[in-house]
Design a binder for this molecule. Structure first.
Ligand code: AHG
Ligand code: MN
Ligand code: MN
Ligand code: MN
Length: 336
């Protein structure tokens, strides 16, 4: 009775993670406690986003953040909520947020064994027009008991133990991987619980959608230009791909994960490292893509093998269906 199971045997995200963590004998529930605080932050932002228009949260907060972007009220609010939730979990030692210039080092009495990098509100240019936005996070473990430093988060993405995003769209969906596949949970507002709705998401090996900001085409390098040309005017008689670009990474990546295809934020003459930030955009989405059977490439190497030197470092990124990313890798290899 699948329907009954949904009603009487709820697979909430907390229960799901407890199951996952029970596979690790040494697990003492710390990760589950950390995740429950991330989930709290997502529920808060979901409710704030849904009320934004009414609660006059829309519009500029007047400050600018480290990225030099006009901070919108929801950016600031979301950042405060996540920092407070993560610190109060007592399970973190270092936090990196897009909205804070410096890393946050948790006071000794509240320190825990995890370091969290996050983008509290992704796609903020879309807040005022009601287009889907999201939160992105990645989790490292602290592997020492000395004073935490930024070295504890300036690690390659292949050392992340978990990553996920929450998309605030027509429904609120949290997509998570703890290294054993990718699983989607939908918020049931009547319960205030994220329920497992998309177990073990696998991205199609090939898709027919490409997702890029064509407005930057005049600044692209050769391989990206050639690849996009191929999507629009295929030489082998195959149908042209569709272009879908929301402008919120969470929405574009979520669609790519479920439908297949490729998402590109290439380098261009104006921004040689592209626009997306390594720690809290590129790494978590690359982690998820690989866990779902896809891949993620920077134009030079596997995205998760990047070793960031600065906490807000950027990188070009090509991620999505395995075969589609293979094609762009081949074009960059030719250029080598
Ligand atoms: P954020 O709102 O967290 O700063 O991120 C915005 C990013 C990402 O969401 C999206 O993929 C990209 O900006 C879109 O950039 P363009 O508008 O240059 O295409
Ligand atoms: Mn921003
Ligand atoms: Mn972002
Ligand atoms: Mn952001």
């Amino acid at each position: 009775h699948a329907a009954d199971a949904h009603r009487t045997d709820l697979m909430t995200i907390t229960r799901f993670v407890l199951n996952e963590q029970s596979k690790y004998p040494e697990s003492r529930g710390d990760f589950t406690i950390l995740l429950s605080h991330i989930v709290l932050g997502c529920k808060f932002v979901c409710s704030a986003v849904n009320k934004a228009g009414l609660a006059k949260l829309i519009g500029l907060a007047g400050e600018t953040n480290i990225q030099g972007e006009e901070q919108k009220k929801l950016d600031v609010l979301s950042n405060d909520v996540f920092v407070n939730a993560l610190v109060s979990s007592g399970r973190t030692s270092v936090l990196v947020s897009e909205e804070d210039e410096e890393a946050t080092f948790v006071e000794p009495s509240k320190r825990g064994k995890y370091c969290v990098v996050f983008d509290p509100l992704d796609g903020s240019s879309n807040i005022d027009c009601g287009v889907s936005i999201g939160t992105i996070f990645g989790i490292y473990t602290l592997d020492h008991t000395d004073e935490p430093t930024t070295a504890d988060v300036l690690k390659p993405g292949n050392e992340m133990v978990a990553a996920g995003y929450c998309m605030y769209g027509s429904s609120c969906m949290l997509v998570l991987s703890t290294g054993t596949g990718v699983h989607g949970f939908t918020l049931d507002p009547s319960l205030g619980e994220f329920i497992l709705t998309h177990p073990d998401i696998k991205i199609p090996n090939k898709g027919n959608i490409y997702s890029v900001n064509e407005g930057n085409a005049q600044n692209w390098d050769g391989p990206t230009t050639k690849y996009v040309e191929k999507c629009k005017f295929p030489k082998d008689g195959s149908p042209a791909k569709s272009l879908r670009y929301v402008g919120s990474m969470v929405a574009d990546v979520h669609r790519t994960l479920l439908y297949g295809g490729i998402f590109l934020y290439p380098a261009d003459k104006k921004s040689p490292n592209g626009k997306l930030r390594v720690l809290y955009e590129v790494f978590p989405m690359s982690f998820l893509m690989e866990q779902a059977g896809g891949q993620a490439f920077t134009g030079k190497k596997r995205a998760l093998d990047l070793v960031p030197e600065k906490i807000h470092e950027r990188s070009p990124i090509f991620l999505g269906s395995y075969d589609d990313v293979e094609e762009i890798k081949a074009l960059y290899a030719e250029e080598e």
